[in-house]
Design a binder for this molecule. Structure first.
Ligand code: MLT
Length: 411
């Protein structure tokens, strides 16, 4: 029999969100009349913007005529989309990118996982705790780690706890690490980094020859001025950072699938022999070998996100979700629950009432309030005692959920 990849056996539990789905299904099957409100996985609920939908339809119609038909496109994305991304998403931030540095993809989850292909297994990786589980689990899957200890920390990974004591801000490692995952605005804690804070990471990475994997999937939800939307707003970041962005949350593409990776040409690694080598070249090689590009109609729809007609519509939806975030944050704070995030991010990170464990609170909330959230411990050991609520729900549902929680736990 063929050998399996044993590294998968080191994973301690199923992936977080399917596990939540399983528990919710079991409850709902046993209680079919329960009106369950889902604020667990960060999945959007508002429809696509009209201009985006129009472009999407047009893209499909183009496929119906031989003179506008499209087969394989460039693996890295159509140039008319990469140019829109450069002009509309990066140039206004003062970030200058070349088309060859932009790679259009089918979403950030895959990108965050696939990027590991171009890094040697011997690299030391640093991960925040709590964290978007994909960063941790994919490092386990590729065989970079040993077994997990009793807390759930895998041998070989440098974990950076983020708790209220350090304002959910990871400490710069005192040892040398090669690859650092940062996510801002942060999933799950909803916190943001300042320019000064990111500069410390860029300085560290440049001094140590490290690469920062910067997940900016939630940048469109920043409401306060002065908060960086891209790591490339920091001088020198092009020499030490790869950035991931997504249309999923920004424009409601969780079911449509489109994201992007920026791999600057200035970013270099070293070969086993110690010679410098371009990560951009490697990622391009990987992309052209393992990917055939995002579908043409989806790229048409993505380009319309940044159109003059599309962007104000997209912004309306972002404002809707952020108003939800305010309702959750303020409602629960008024009820005496300590809440974080929710100002520049669509997630509210709260301390569980009465010191309950994250999963106990999950079960109680589901059974007694019929509200689904995400247990903080599912994002890592330092998430124990915390809980995440997503602001991506329908307004009525969000208001009802807050009301139910206040009635149950409010002071
Ligand atoms: C989350 O809830 O953390 C996200 O929706 C997961 C994802 O984007 O893959």
């Amino acid at each position: 029999m063929a050998r399996i990849n044993d590294s998968y056996l080191k994973l301690q539990a199923g992936y977080l969100f399917p596990e939540i789905g399983r528990r919710v299904k079991a409850f709902s099957d046993a209680n079919p009349a329960a009106d369950i409100i889902r604020l667990g996985i960060g999945d959007v609920t508002r429809p696509l913007a009209p201009a985006v939908l129009k472009a999407f339809h047009q893209g499909v119609d183009d496929l119906a005529q031989s003179d506008t038909f499209h087969g394989y496109g460039p693996e890295q994305g159509y140039e008319w989309l990469t140019e829109v991304i450069i002009d509309k998403a990066y140039a206004p931030l003062g970030v200058d990118l070349k088309p060859s540095e932009v790679f259009v993809s089918d979403g950030s989850k895959c990108d965050c996982a696939n990027i590991l292909d171009i890094f040697d297994l011997g690299n030391k990786v640093a991960i925040c705790d709590p964290v978007y589980p994909v960063y941790n689990d994919t490092n386990v899957m590729v065989g970079r780690t040993g077994e997990a200890d009793e807390h759930g920390y895998y041998a070989g990974i440098h974990y950076m706890p983020c708790t209220k004591e350090n304002h959910f801000t990871p400490e710069i490692p005192t040892e040398k690490v090669d690859v650092i995952y940062l996510c801002y605005p942060n999933n799950p804690t909803g916190t943001v980094a300042t320019k000064a804070g990111l500069k410390k990471w860029v300085d560290y990475a440049r001094n140590n020859g490290s690469v920062i994997l910067f997940d900016a999937a939630y940048e469109a939800f920043i409401t306060e001025a002065g908060i960086p939307h891209s790591i490339y707003e920091i001088d020198g970041a092009k020499e030490c950072a790869i950035e991931f962005r997504s249309f999923s949350k920004t424009a409601g593409f969780t079911g449509v699938r489109c994201g992007l990776v920026i791999v600057p040409e200035a970013l270099m690694g070293t070969t086993a022999a110690g010679d410098p080598y371009s990560f951009n070249k490697l990622w391009n090689r990987r992309t052209t070998t393992k990917f055939n590009g995002v579908s043409y109609p989806v790229q048409k729809a993505a380009a319309a996100v940044y159109s003059d007609e599309g962007w104000p519509q997209v912004e309306e939806t972002i404002k809707y979700y952020m108003a939800n975030a305010g309702i959750i944050r303020e409602g629960l704070t008024a009820a005496g629950i300590n809440c974080y995030g929710g100002v520049n991010a669509p997630y509210i990170w709260l301390e569980t009432p009465a010191g309950m464990s994250s999963w106990d609170f999950f079960d109680k909330l589901l059974k007694e309030c019929h509200v689904v959230g995400t247990p903080g411990s599912g994002f890592g050991p330092s998430g124990e005692g915390y809980f995440r609520l997503s602001a991506f729900g329908d307004r009525n549902n969000v208001e009802t959920a807050v009301e139910r929680i206040r009635k149950k736990w409010g002071r």
